[in-house]
Design a protein around this ligand. Structure first.
Ligand SMILES: [Zn+2]
Length: 288
């Protein structure tokens, strides 16, 4: 049953009271409209608020993106610089290897001369990360390669220092390495070293770094010194008048180890100089 509402207008003064009758449906409609209008207002207000917040956020993000782009550009420049330095290092290593005649280049090492391959274009953080990983691998390989080169060089230096070289005393050659007629027996025998004539007391010097292996007197060789140089090399100095070192002493090339003399089976003051490689006498003349 439809209900009615009455709205009574009571004017001031003498005017008549007015009464308006309204059906309940209309009242409900008015309420509904008000409710919908309020809802719409709230929705638009909320949307507007959100829009403002989004706009600020967008602005902030734009600034942040711009800063990140600049950071990225700096990183790219830094990476390119690191690549250049790596390339320079590789060049230097290649030159060192060439100078030292180290021809063996370990596997996996990029060919150094002419620089490393071009730097790949960088689009984003992932590319940078990938290049950093790649650089880390390259640095490790480069480190291993340089360590290898250093070891090879050290070996070469050690070998060079341990290889007998130069004259063991100041004098002149009187007898060569090889078969000769023995001055004592007249028979042809092998002379396993060089005879260098020099005045008694002339310094006898080590021709390579090493350790004194033996100091002794032998009826044939007289007062003798044997120096072990490693790498299979040994030198023997015989007929000395005096020995100045002891067994076990570490010797550098150029150190005075004895004095020339005429001890043992000798026909005059001279140094008998022998060079052995793995126990086999070799001609020391090539090393003088
Ligand atoms: Zn001799």
């Amino acid at each position: 049953m439809a209900r009615r509402f009455s709205v009574i207008f009571i004017p001031e003064g003498d005017s008549k009271v007015r009464r308006v009758r309204i059906q309940s449906g209309i009242v409900k409609s008015i309420f509904c409209c008000c409710f919908v209008a309020f809802g719409l207002f709230a929705f638009f207000a909320y949307s507007y608020f959100n829009l403002t917040v989004d706009r600020d956020e967008l602005q902030r993000l734009r600034v942040a993106t711009s800063q990140q782009r600049q950071t990225l550009q700096h990183l790219v420049a830094d990476l390119e610089e690191v690549h250049r330095q790596m390339s320079a290092l590789a060049d230097t290593e290649a030159r060192v290897r060439q100078l030292a005649n180290l021809e063996v280049i370990p596997q996996g090492i990029p060919v150094a001369i002419g620089g490393l391959p071009e730097v790949e274009p960088i689009e984003g953080v992932d590319d940078i990360q990938r290049q950093i990983n790649q650089l880390q691998v390259e640095i490790e390989l480069r480190r291993q390669s340089q360590e290898g080169a250093r070891n090879l060089l050290n070996d070469q230096v050690s070998l060079s220092r341990a290889t007998p070289k130069g004259w063991p005393t100041k004098g002149w050659l009187t007898s060569y390495f090889g078969m000769r007629k023995s001055p004592f027996t007249g028979k042809r025998v092998m002379h396993e070293g060089l005879d260098i004539a020099a005045n008694t007391g002339t310094p006898v010097i080590a021709t390579a770094d090493g350790i004194v292996a033996r100091v002794r007197y032998s009826p044939g060789y007289g007062k003798m010194v044997i120096i072990d140089h490693g790498y299979g090399y040994r030198t023997i100095f015989a007929h000395n008048s005096k020995i100045l070192v002891e067994a076990g002493e570490r010797i550098k090339r150029g150190d005075v180890v004895a004095k020339v003399g005429n001890t043992g089976q000798s026909t005059g003051s001279h140094l008998h100089y022998e060079l052995r490689l793995n126990g086999v006498p070799i001609d020391p003349r090539k090393t003088l």
